[in-house]
Design a protein around this ligand. Sequence first.
Ligand SMILES: Nc1ncnc2c1ncn2[C@@H]1O[C@H](COP(=O)(O)OP(=O)(O)OP(=O)(O)O)[C@@H](O)[C@H]1O
Length: 248
Amino acid sequence: MENILTQTTARPQATTEAARAAASQPVIQLRDIEKVYQTKTIETVALNRVNLTINKGEFVSIMGPSGCGKSTLLSIMGLLDEPTGGTIALDGRPVQSYSDKELASLRNHKIGFVFQSYHLINDLSVLDNVELPLLYRPGVGGKERRERAYAALEKVGLGARTNHFPSQLSGGQRQRVAIARALAGRPEIILADEPTGNLDSVMGEEIMDLLLGLNRQEGTTIVMVTHDEQQALKTQRLIRFFDGSQVS
Ligand SMILES: Nc1ncnc2c1ncn2[C@@H]1O[C@H](COP(=O)(O)OP(=O)(O)OP(=O)(O)O)[C@@H](O)[C@H]1O
């Protein structure tokens, strides 16, 4: 199977247009989102009336200084955390109208997460790490799990490393495993929180190419938090945050 890295350099054009054509359909809509963290002694307004729409097939990057609310925003978009005010709609449907079961299924099926620190399990092989989230997916049996995990690892160029353990891989390779783990769930949306934050510039480029390839060839919607302006400029839209609000 051809991997995404190869495809990226081979034929980016047609698929970019396909992704753009679909780009007017909102998949995530945030309206007046607020998030206030309250501890005994201090109240922190992490997000202050954020209005933001992410369209199908878009690759959006989010930048801003430390503490301005980027990770909080991503957690709320991915339904990992609840806002203290405002509304979220997924595919045009308000999140409040979903049952708990439907929300769990959305989180599981629709959205894939990639984190700066990979979150791999060191005692499990690469293949087992990628299969792991599918264990909790009803209707996906052992054979399909394995097939999906192999396919996802091929896609990120790690088909030859399935029996390795995370400690035997470079940082960039570990991040590719984490991306394969997200891909095995076949998500429509990938939320990536500083996916290149722990990598040197060469490996960071590789991961960026991989994400760009996924967006262009497969139309995966991607929202990425980054501190790297050069990488952010490669995405279709750059949103800047400051003190919990969007500034551009
Ligand atoms: N669980 C929490 N309890 C209290 N305050 C929190 C909590 N999580 C985040 N905050 C505060 O909310 C604000 C936004 O945090 P967030 O992690 O979203 O920022 P960020 O822009 O992602 O920062 P960084 O670039 O450093 O990762 C910060 O002031 C932070 O201290």
